[in-house]
Design a protein around this ligand. Structure first.
Ligand code: NI
Length: 205
């Protein structure tokens, strides 16, 4: 228990140092016991990189690994999407039937710059089944809020450019469309694979 607390404190501190107040608030929101949390996640209706409407209802019966980010992200996004891609590859080797039920999803929080064409180019760097989604700014911000995170557009010194604060977590949604868990930046491909294997073994989906 003490170990756990010490580790939690370390994570909170790291979150604060790495992601500033945003990270700290996000950590507090996510780290409190699930029983006292409002429900995390929710349905969505967005467009994929081919311009087709994609709804969360279409994914009932599948596991979703959802990540919110943007293609201009200088650091966290490519790393996280790479981890998701590698997790799926590992799963394909170890449990192909389960892997086939897992859909990796990237939702851009920067739809202004991340057009469908930009998303098409970006997703080619990752697992071939990665679904890249976009919506209006309001739609994606609302969805991130539903996941208890938030989005902030931060101007940079060189005028026209901006960065986007966004959650760094990968969220796992179960076959019933409900949030199951999330993976922090300290949890990579192995954690995702092990968790999915365990859930499947427990008969969740
Ligand atoms: Ni990012």
């Amino acid at each position: 228990m003490l170990r756990h607390r010490v580790r939690d404190f370390g994570l909170a501190l790291t979150a604060l140092l790495c992601f500033g107040f945003t990270g700290w608030v996000a950590y507090i929101l996510i780290a409190v016991p699930e029983s006292v949390q409002a429900e995390i996640g929710g349905p969505f209706a967005l467009e994929d990189s081919a311009g087709q409407e994609v709804t969360s209802a279409a994914y009932l019966g599948r596991y979703l690994l959802i990540y919110f980010g943007y293609t201009y992200c200088p650091d966290v996004c490519p790393t996280r999407l790479q981890e998701v891609s590698l997790a799926l590859e590992d799963l394909e080797a170890r449990a192909p039937a389960l892997a086939a039920k897992v859909v990796p999803v990237f939702v851009t929080v920067d739809p202004k710059r991340d057009t469908a064409a930009v998303l098409r180019a970006y997703r080619s760097h990752f697992h071939s089944r990665l679904v890249a989604l976009r919506g209006s700014e309001a739609e994606v911000i609302d969805l991130v809020r539903a996941y208890q995170g938030y989005v902030r557009y931060v101007p940079t010194d060189n005028g026209a450019d901006y960065l986007v604060d966004h959650p760094a977590y990968v969220y796992l949604v179960g076959p019933d469309g409900r949030y199951l868990t999330h993976f922090t930046t300290f949890q990579g491909r192995d954690d995702m694979v092990e968790r999915l294997l365990r859930l499947a073994a427990e008969g969740q989906g």
